[in-house]
Design a protein around this ligand. Structure first.
Ligand code: HEC
Length: 124
């Protein structure tokens, strides 16, 4: 094999590997996250994510906008994903009803899309 053929072959291999990685872990998508948020979350967390809806017994829906949520969850996306899917707070304590547990309804990839969208919500 000539040198240029070898280079082309390794480029091809590299391309295939990159494609494989992209398929294995799709990048979270803000637009898909917004669609899911609009369908499943706005009724309790409001369209702008500011929350503040009272459910009695002192339970209020959380403000999901970026600055507050990111601080609360130590800038750890996986903890925010866990809160959505498993209903656990940043210290692994259960969140209060009526916050649903979305595991089984939403996939991890969908929860990551929602988190990507929440990062775009800024408090004014
Ligand atoms: C039926 C109302 C309701 C729906 C629907 C709902 N939530 Fe919640 N959510 C709540 C309430 C109430 C809390 C606060 C729970 C608490 O204080 O322990 C909460 C808390 C959270 C938290 C924790 C925030 C924090 O500061 O600890 C996250 C994250 C969250 N919700 C995301 C979502 C997402 C994403 C969706 C849509 C997929 C959603 N919620 C749908 C009511 C709801």
């Amino acid at each position: 094999m000539s040198r240029s053929h070898a280079a082309a072959a390794s480029l091809l291999l590299f391309g295939a590997a990159a494609l494989h990685v992209a398929r294995a872990a799709p990048e979270p998508a803000v637009a898909a996250g917004k669609r899911l948020f609009d369908a499943d979350c706005v009724m309790c967390h409001r369209a702008d994510g500011s929350g503040g809806v009272h459910f009695g017994h002192g339970v209020v829906s959380a403000d999901l906008r970026a600055p507050r949520l990111e601080r609360t969850y130590h800038h750890e996306n996986r903890l925010i994903v866990r809160a959505i899917l498993d209903g656990r707070d940043q210290s692994d304590r259960p969140l209060h009803a009526p916050m649903p547990h979305w595991g089984g309804t939403l996939t991890v990839a969908q929860a990551r899309d929602i988190v990507a969208f929440l990062h775009t919500l800024k408090a004014h």
